[in-house]
Design a protein. Structure first.
Length: 158
């Protein structure tokens, strides 16, 4: 369930076969949290060691249904990134409203030491956001702006 003031959007889900349902559903840890924590849910209740530079798909045990007009973004947890160099190489990962497969998280160890992902560990955050689909139109010229064609670093320090 996603709450924004009085607006509530329900995210329905089913458990994957063999998932540990005792880990519970994704949870918002504080009243102001934008992301609900996702947990590693290994069918064998084991663990996974990520060597430095390695990446792996970590299962959550969930399949979710996101309402049309929304997406779910998978984002890193800041504490894991700061303390251990654990990040998500495709962050934010997008889950479209029409996807019904297993929800997995691509986790990468950008740190200097091996990192063990234990069954039940909070590994990422799920943020639900509205989606706007655009129409694309080819034109002869683009409107001018103050920035113009200035690219990477053009608005900051040289």
């Amino acid at each position: 369930m996603f709450r924004n003031g009085d607006h509530v959007t329900t995210i329905t889900f089913v458990w994957d076969d063999g998932a540990d349902q005792s880990l519970g559903v994704p949870q918002y840890e504080t009243a102001g949290a934008a992301g609900a924590d996702l947990r590693a849910n290994f069918a064998d209740k084991g663990s996974l060691t990520l060597d430095p530079g390695a990446r792996a798909l970590v299962p959550t045990g969930l399949r979710i249904a996101i309402p049309a007009g929304f997406e779910a973004q998978i984002r890193p947890r800041s504490g894991l990134a700061l303390k251990h160099g654990i990040t998500l190489p495709n962050a934010p990962g997008t889950i479209d409203s029409d996807y019904r497969g297993p929800l997995g998280v691509i986790v990468m160890n950008a740190g200097a030491d091996p990192f063990v992902v234990q069954h039940g560990d909070r590994i990422a955050q799920l943020v639900v956001a509205p989606v706007v689909q655009a129409e694309f139109e080819a034109v002869e010229n683009l409107p001018d702006t103050d920035r113009g064609a200035g690219g990477f670093g053009s608005t900051g320090k040289s």
